[in-house]
Design a protein around this ligand. Structure first.
Ligand SMILES: Nc1nc2c(ncn2[C@@H]2O[C@H](COP(=O)(O)OP(=O)(O)OP(=O)(O)O)[C@@H](O)[C@H]2O)c(=O)[nH]1
Ligand SMILES: [Mg+2]
Ligand SMILES: [Zn+2]
Length: 300
C-alpha cells in the first residue's frame, strides 16, 4: 500500500482478448496481496464475475454499459464501496469492457483513496493486426494500445513462434510500452513499486520536452533468462539503456547490457568490479513512466 491509497490496475483489451483469464491467474497467484476485482462486462448479464475464482477476492460487477463512458455514476459508487473495504484489501484490479478505453478508466486512479498502478492491455496475437485495420473496431483497438503501460499478447500458444514474434515486433513499433507474451508474472503486472530490496530511482518530473531517465539497482544477481525477455520487450519509447549487472550463471563477472536503437548486446567484459549492479534506461519525452518501470522490472 502507498500512503493508505489503494493501487488500481486497469486491464483492457478487445472482446475476448483474455482479460478475465489474466485476472483469474492473478487471483490464483496474488503475490500475497488481497485483491478486489471490479468487472465491467459489456453485455447485460455479469458472466465474467461468475467466471472469476473469487475465494479470497472481492469481485464486484457492473453491467449494462461501459465504465469508460456511460457508467460513471455506478463506477464511482463501486469505488466508494471498495474504499470502505480498505484495510481488508491491498489493491484493486478493474476489467474494462472489451470496447472500453482503459486509459479513460485509469483517470479514476487519481481520485482520493486510490493511486494508479498502470494500464495493462491484452491483445489476441492471432487477430490483433487485422482488427487494428478494421473499419469498425480498428479505432477502438488502436486507442486501447495507445493507452497501455504494458501490452500482453495472448493465444501465442495457438500460433507458430515466428508469427507471434512478428506480431510482437509490429506492436513494439507502434506502442511505447513493453510487449510481453502471456502468462506474465504477477510481480510484473503489479508495479510500479520496486520488487524486494531492489531500488528504483525515479528522478524529478522534468519539462515535457526532456528525456526521461530511470534506473534500477539489483542486490541479487539477475537471471539469464530474464535478460532475454527484457531485451525482447523493450518499449518503443526507450531509445537507450545500459547497465553493468551480475548474472546468475556468471555472478563473478561483469555482464554489460547495451541497448542502442534496435540493437541489444549482452557481453561479459571481465571480473566483477565490486560496483553497483544496475541498469539505466532513457526514453523519449512523453513515454509512460509506468511502462519504463514495468520494463525494468522484467530483469529479475
Ligand atoms: N489458447 C488460449 N486461449 C485463451 C488465452 N487467453 C484466453 N483464452 C481463452 O479465450 C476465451 C476468452 O477469454 P476471456 O479471458 O474470457 O477474455 P476476455 O477478454 O475477458 O473477454 P470479454 O470479457 O468477453 O471481452 C476463453 O475461452 C479463454 O479460455 C490464451 O492465451 N490461449
Ligand atoms: Mg472478460
Ligand atoms: Zn466506454
Amino acid at each position: 500500500m502507498t500512503g493508505g491509497r489503494l493501487p488500481l490496475t486497469v486491464v483492457g483489451g478487445y472482446l475476448g482478448a483474455g482479460k478475465t483469464t489474466l485476472i483469474n491467474a492473478l487471483l490464483a497467484d496474488p503475490a500475497g496481496e488481497r485483491i478486489a476485482v471490479l468487472v465491467n462486462d459489456f453485455g447485460d448479464i455479469d458472466i465474467d464475475a461468475r467466471l472469476m475464482d473469487s475465494d479470497d477476492a472481492d469481485v464486484m460487477s457492473l453491467t449494462n454499459g461501459c465504465i469508460c463512458c456511460s457508467l460513471a455514476d455506478g463506477f464511482a459508487e463501486a469505488l466508494d464501496r471498495i474504499r470502505d473495504l480498505a484495510g481488508r484489501i491491498d489493491r484493486v484490479v478493474i476489467e474494462v469492457s472489451g470496447v472500453g478505453d482503459p486509459r479513460k478508466v485509469a483517470q479514476w486512479g487519481h481520485v482520493p483513496g486510490f493511486t494508479l498502478d498502470g494500464v495493462v492491455v491484452l491483445v489476441d496475437a492471432k487477430t490483433v493486426r487485422e482488427r487494428s485495420r478494421d473499419r469498425y473496431v480498428g479505432e477502438t483497438v488502436l486507442a486501447q494500445l495507445a493507452g497501455a503501460d504494458l501490452v500482453v499478447v495472448t493465444r501465442a500458444d495457438l500460433l507458430d513462434d515466428t508469427v507471434t514474434s512478428e506480431v510482437q515486433r509490429w506492436l513494439a513499433d507502434m506502442v511505447a510500452a513493453p510487449v510481453l507474451r502471456a502468462p506474465v508474472p504477477t510481480a510484473v503486472l503489479f508495479g510500479p513499486d520496486p520488487i524486494g530490496d531492489d531500488t528504483l530511482a525515479v528522478p524529478e518530473d522534468h519539462a515535457s520536452t526532456s528525456h526521461i531517465s530511470m534506473s534500477r539497482r539489483f542486490d541479487a544477481p539477475v537471471s539469464r533468462g530474464s535478460i532475454d525477455v527484457w531485451a525482447d520487450a523493450r518499449p518503443g519509447g526507450v531509445v537507450r539503456a545500459k547497465g553493468i549487472v551480475r548474472v546468475d550463471d556468471r555472478p563473478d563477472e561483469r555482464t554489460v547490457l547495451q541497448v542502442c536503437g534496435a540493437t541489444t548486446t549482452v557481453a561479459v567484459d571481465g571480473p566483477w568490479d565490486g560496483g553497483e549492479s544496475a541498469v539505466v534506461a532513457i526514453a523519449l519525452p512523453g513515454t509512460s513512466r509506468a511502462a519504463i518501470v514495468k520494463w525494468l522490472k522484467l530483469l529479475r
